[in-house]
Write a protein that binds this ligand. Structure first.
Ligand code: PLP
Length: 632
């Protein structure tokens, strides 16, 4: 537990149980301790076709916990409700979920359903996102906001206006000054009175990676001059009553409440000024940015952590708005936030399997013939060899390493000149590795090859260096024997994870070759990846997305039900995404197979299976049988 810091980043949803497996507390550990779910049991159930009710899904696997989503939403709402009550604030909190964080149908539908009592709504940033938000919100609270952000064309604006006609509480947020003309024209054409919001470009700047969209030079929003121009234009057109919302977003992962209060305070002043100018202001939308603590340090010292709790976040927002409004005698606005990362990050775990592990010392030959080796070398290399052996006898590590490097370099040069044969070059490598092994007290870092594509499932690690907690999900009652880095299936040198939370260059892992006499795999989980990763992930090497299961608490203590099981995209699916036509490809290959009379049928069946299967490796190990005394 301590090795992986799970109490820091995982509480209250993840912990380690007495069987040494990761357990999930979908409703938060403190509230319902008996409702924990053993993650290994979920994996076994989902992936083993032989187990009762087994689903036979292939790994990698995303395990979604809708109850975690419900708990996150309730906790966010409760934090704002508490702050509003304790400050005597004169309006309510009404959040929206930015669907870009995870557009999965069930994630969005769950949030809408769980959010009905709180008038919780959705935020969209593109036409397809708007379509999905519109259709999901038909089942939401009638007062829920549908916030339309992002760059807009006439089609987008008309769609948003149609949503108003469908009685969805839609707000079109102007991202650029030019969008106003489009909104005015389309609303006249459709005979709808729009509700308009403005996205303000704040001066407050968030200095972390995610803050590049904030500050005066930020990519999005209207400058002070543009805000004034829009307000005046609306006034001239007798539409100032349509302007009701002020929005801003200072960036994701806001590190501290002081930065947050600074930004919210600045926005609240703009809000008050718009009210003074006669706009019908009702809502302040503080955007996203509510961060989560990936490294569990609660320090706020980097993009990996935040130095506040949900309650402290809400209090900073409520107090900053209240202070600005009270000074200007402006009615307190409804507070809307677009928290995405904080809402969905915890709800899913990516489970994947290690398939082998290697270290640079695995290839050290036994029974090295030193006399044979030395006799084939040139004079200088022979001297290096002698010096190396002398330093090794003295136990002088630094000198050893110096001669290892020198000897290797010299012999490679000799080989390139054609003066050394392959056997001697291999023998030199063997000697150097043998010496290195003798010099190191502990084994060097091993490479664990994992049945996963980093580019598909953890794209932010590759793209922006984002670290996610990764740990084995079983065998945690045993002390890890080695340190490892992870190497994925793609033919790409970037497809490796060699940095872990806490700034570690490797992860303590178990030696799994001998586990259960070689049977049963070694399973790892990547946590807190429920936001952004699924939509950002690409198809490098044509690896598609993982299989998915949705798991809810059910029945008695420790029981769970799998409410959805979907295999990941097949080889045919990923080929189709690149405009290939699997049916035609199959026919062409089958015709060729038919020509090989003896093999025709079996080849065709084999080909059909290849198109239908997932691109990932099929595990030969099988999921280990685990304690079945706990009901499932
Ligand atoms: N709202 C807007 C306009 C955004 O650009 C973003 C993300 O960048 C969000 C909300 C969600 O932010 P977060 O996931 O940090 O809550």
């Amino acid at each position: 537990k301590k090795l992986y810091g799970v109490d820091g980043w995982g509480a209250p949803y993840f912990s380690v149980n007495c069987s040494g497996n990761v357990s999930v507390h979908p409703s938060g550990a403190e509230t319902l301790p008996h409702q924990e779910i053993d993650l290994m049991k979920v994996v076994r159930k989902a992936s083993d076709p032989k187990s009762v009710g087994g689903l036979g899904l292939q790994l990698p696997l995303i395990v979604r916990f809708p109850d975690v989503l419900r708990n996150r939403l309730h906790s966010l709402q409760a934090a704002f409700d508490y702050s509003i009550r304790s400050c005597g604030y004169g309006a309510h909190y009404q959040g929206v979920y930015p669907v870009k964080c995870n557009q999965d149908r069930y994630v969005v539908e769950d949030i809408v359903e769980f959010g009905v009592p709180f008038r919780f709504g959705l935020e969209a940033g593109s036409k397809p996102e708007l379509l999905l938000a519109m259709s999901c919100l038909t089942r939401g609270s009638p007062e829920a906001f549908l916030v339309c952000n992002g760059y807009k064309d006439e089609e987008y604006v008309s769609l948003a206006l149609m949503a108003r006609k469908l009685d969805l509480n839609t707000v079109i947020v102007l991202e650029q000054e030019e969008e106003l003309d489009t909104v005015v024209e389309a609303s006249r054409a459709l005979g709808v009175r729009p509700v308009i919001g403005l996205r303000a470009k704040l001066r407050t700047k968030h200095s972390g990676h995610f803050g590049s969209t904030s500050g005066e030079k930020g990519k999005f929003g209207l400058s002070t001059t543009e805000i004034l121009t829009v307000a005046k234009k609306l006034q001239r057109m007798e539409m100032l009553d349509c302007l009701q919302l002020l929005h801003f977003h200072i960036g994701s992962q806001i590190p501290t409440t002081s930065l947050l209060a600074d930004g919210v305070g600045e926005a609240a002043q703009i809000y008050c000024e718009l009210a003074r100018l006669g706009a019908n202001m009702r809502v302040i939308d503080i955007g996203g940015g509510l961060g989560i603590d990936y490294d569990g340090s609660h320090s706020g010292g980097s993009d990996m952590s935040v130095g506040y709790s949900l309650n402290e976040y809400a209090a900073a927002v409520v107090q900053a708005i209240q202070k600005a409004c009270d000074r200007k005698y402006v009615r307190h606005p409804v507070i809307c936030s677009e928290s995405g990362r904080a809402l969905v990050s915890h709800h899913s775990v990516l489970v994947f399997e290690a398939i082998s592990s290697t270290s640079s010392l695995d290839s050290v030959p036994l029974g090295l013939d030193l006399a044979y080796l030395v006799e084939g070398l040139g004079d200088e290399a022979r001297a290096d060899c002698r010096n190396l052996m002398a330093a090794a006898m003295r136990g002088d590590c630094d000198t050893c390493l110096l001669y290892v490097e020198q000897l290797k370099r010299r012999c490679v040069d000799q080989f390139k000149d054609g003066a050394l044969d392959l056997e001697h070059l291999a023998a030199v490598d063997g000697l150097c590795e043998l010496v290195a092994k003798a010099m190191y007290a502990s084994e060097p870092v091993r490479t664990f090859h994992v049945n996963l594509s980093l580019f598909t499932s953890i794209p932010d690690f590759w793209a922006i260096g984002q670290l996610f907690p990764i740990m084995p999900i079983h065998r945690l009652e045993q002390r890890p024997a080695v340190n490892g880095v992870l190497s994925d299936l793609t033919c790409d040198s970037d497809g490796k994870i060699d940095r872990f939370i806490g700034g570690r260059p490797s992860l303590p892992l178990h030696d799994f070759s001998g586990h259960n006499g070689g049977a049963g795999g070694y399973y790892l989980g990547m946590f807190l990846g429920g936001a952004y990763q699924e939509a950002l992930g690409g198809m490098h090497n044509l690896f598609g997305g993982p299989s998915v299961v949705r798991v809810s608490q059910a029945g008695g203590p420790h029981c769970f039900a799998v409410t959805l099981a979907a295999p990941g995209p097949s080889c045919a699916d990923v080929l189709r995404a690149m405009q290939h036509e699997p049916a035609l490809m199959f026919e062409a290959l089958k015709r060729r197979a038919d020509e090989c009379v003896a093999l025709g049928e079996s080849l065709a069946a084999c080909l059909a299976r290849a198109f239908d299967s997932m691109p990932y490796l099929v595990s030969a190990r099988g999921v280990p049988v685990i304690d079945t005394t706990i009901a499932d």
